[in-house]
Design a protein around this ligand. Structure first.
Ligand SMILES: Nc1ncnc2c1ncn2[C@@H]1O[C@H](COP(=O)(O)OP(=O)(O)OP(=O)(O)O)[C@@H](O)[C@H]1O
Length: 257
């Protein structure tokens, strides 16, 4: 599978994410079928596909939330460990934002963002606090820092979740349908933060149904069906000239063509 184009890494440098021959089953269900995927540093990849095609599972294997049956996954050249301290370090390098924000409900917003950097990255409280404030500023939530998650809207909580991931200084950010649990009017405030992050050069893999985000921020779209990647193209090409009937049908349904 070729790696596409616009923000490619230096020739010879390691891809940020490299999946080779990845197979995954849930019982008799073959959920990931021989996945080969390379994502260079700085690239933004949007993963599209019908429900049940394996998008979330693909995303979750990259930080070992799901173990794989066969194949290998490397992050910046490092093979994914199955367990132990290396796995904790890997999880810190690969930030993940989910549909449900999973904030600690009994901690303030500021505490939510400082906790992991002090524990996992061993940052001092002062350093972690300073960085947390910068990040909360960046996602537009600094004024809410002493509140508790339940006092914030869904869109605000999701922006805190993004800040919390960024506080670990990740090399890669994975987003698994980050806006699908939000009220429609809050979707854009989260997507705006993601677009800004993409423009700043973060390597991102984003599972989403937000076609606007794919068109605006993606360098590349991969389309999955039945556990396989069946298209891999620049967004313009994918949206205007999909190669497979499956992708054409999908776009027809989602864009109302
Ligand atoms: N923990 C699990 N145990 C058993 N089956 C699972 C598990 N997680 C996912 N599956 C199944 O694996 C298949 C792929 O699921 P996955 O969530 O990766 O698809 P998806 O493309 O992200 O779907 P959606 O768009 O609906 O979220 C589905 O058939 C799903 O039911």
């Amino acid at each position: 599978m070729t790696v596409s184009p616009s923000k490619s890494a230096d020739p010879g440098s390691q891809p940020m994410i490299a999946m080779r021959g990845v197979q995954k089953h849930f019982g008799s269900l073959h959920v990931l079928k021989d996945i080969d995927l390379e994502v260079p540093a700085g690239q933004v990849v949007v993963v599209l596909g019908p429900s049940g095609s394996g998008k979330s599972t693909l995303c979750r294997t990259i930080n070992r939330l799901e173990p794989i049956d066969e194949g290998e996954i490397r992050v910046e050249g490092q093979l994914l460990p199955a367990e132990g301290k290396d796995l904790a370090r890997l999880r810190a390098d690969v930030g993940m934002v989910f549909q449900s924000f999973n904030l600690f409900s009994h901690k303030t917003i500021l505490e939510n963002v400082t906790l992991a950097p002090t524990k996992v990255r061993k940052k001092s409280k002062a350093d972690a606090g300073k960085r947390a404030l910068e990040l909360l500023e960046r996602v537009g939530i600094a004024s809410q820092k002493d509140k508790y998650p339940a006092q914030l809207s869904g869109g605000q909580q999701q922006r805190v979740a993004i800040a919390r991931s960024l506080a670990m200084d990740p090399k890669v950010m994975l987003f698994d349908e980050p806006t699908s649990a939000l009220d429609p009017e809050m979707v854009n405030e989260v997507l705006d933060v993601m677009v800004a992050l993409a423009k700043e050069g973060m390597t991102m893999l984003v599972v989403t149904h937000e076609m606007g985000f794919a068109r605006k921020a993606a360098d590349r779209v991969i389309f999955m069906a039945d556990g396989a990647i069946i298209e891999d193209a620049e967004p313009d090409t994918f949206f205007t000239d999909p190669k497979t009937d499956r992708a054409r049908d999908f776009l027809g349904k989602i864009l109302g063509h």
